[in-house]
Design a protein around this ligand. Structure first.
Ligand SMILES: CC(C)(COP(=O)(O)OP(=O)(O)OC[C@H]1O[C@@H](n2cnc3c(N)ncnc32)[C@H](O)[C@@H]1OP(=O)(O)O)[C@@H](O)C(=O)NCCC(=O)NCCS
Length: 192
């Protein structure tokens, strides 16, 4: 099972002690502003179980993140395969959600760089995508810092989001470049 280390972070499998801080993060209306609703404890329990199983089955996924040497859970960063159909699926996305008191430190970008490198170098992906609501400027800035690019022609209505201001999503793409591996590999068969 893969753990990723960056200069400041450890991306690792989920632990039971992550649950309470993740419940608090998912109940924070500011952190969840670009989602249709905050999550209940039960929904968070389900999300942790799913993330845990994906990492166990595939060796990669949406990893729990802690600051190295601290041990405290600060959120998640990682790779997942969207489970809905859209013009860009099947695909592998890079995603993130951090506790609000950890924003503004570069942690999401740092963790995501490691996840993207893993996706290209270890999984052999040809492309990694990311998407969010049009108004989620913080998340879009992470995508831009990763070198991802946005084409308005890729924008889409998220099929799991009810009609309204949150439904329209921007899609960012990052092709693999300069990798010695074979170009054009498909996303891995094991879907997250
Ligand atoms: C999206 C989210 C992870 C972005 O968090 P963030 O803190 O803005 O992003 P980073 O961790 O990459 O930090 C970057 C910021 O830290 C600053 N920073 C401070 N110290 C830094 C350092 N040592 N290294 C790098 N950046 C640093 C950067 O200047 C940047 O600030 P700016 O955007 O104001 O210029 C966070 O807002 C979040 O969890 N939101 C809720 C969930 C969500 O919307 N997820 C995405 C849904 S698709």
């Amino acid at each position: 099972m893969t753990e990723l280390r960056t200069p400041r972070l450890l991306l690792r499998q989920w632990r039971e002690s992550d649950l309470d801080p993740f419940v608090a993060l998912n109940a924070d209306s500011e952190a969840m502003r670009h989602f249709p609703a905050v999550l209940t404890r039960e929904q968070t329990v389900r999300a942790v179980k799913q993330a845990h199983s994906r990492i166990e089955e595939n060796g990669w996924g949406l990893w729990a993140v802690e600051v190295s040497g601290d041990g405290r859970f600060i959120g998640f960063v990682g790779l997942a395969a969207p489970e809905f159909d859209a013009h860009f699926t099947p695909a592998v996305e890079v995603g993130w959600r951090l506790a609000r008191d950890r924003w503004g430190n570069g942690y999401a970008t740092e963790g995501a760089r490691a996840a993207v490198a893993y996706g290209f170098e270890e999984l052999g992906l040809a492309e990694i995508v990311s998407f969010t609501t049009v108004a989620n400027g913080r998340s879009r800035r992470v995508m831009e810092r990763l070198g991802m690019t946005h084409d308005e022609a890729d924008d889409f209505d998220h099929p799991s989001v009810p009609p309204g201001p949150l439904q329209r999503h921007v899609l960012y793409r990052l092709p693999r470049t300069g990798s010695p591996r074979d170009p054009g590999s498909s996303p891995p068969a094991s879907r997250a």
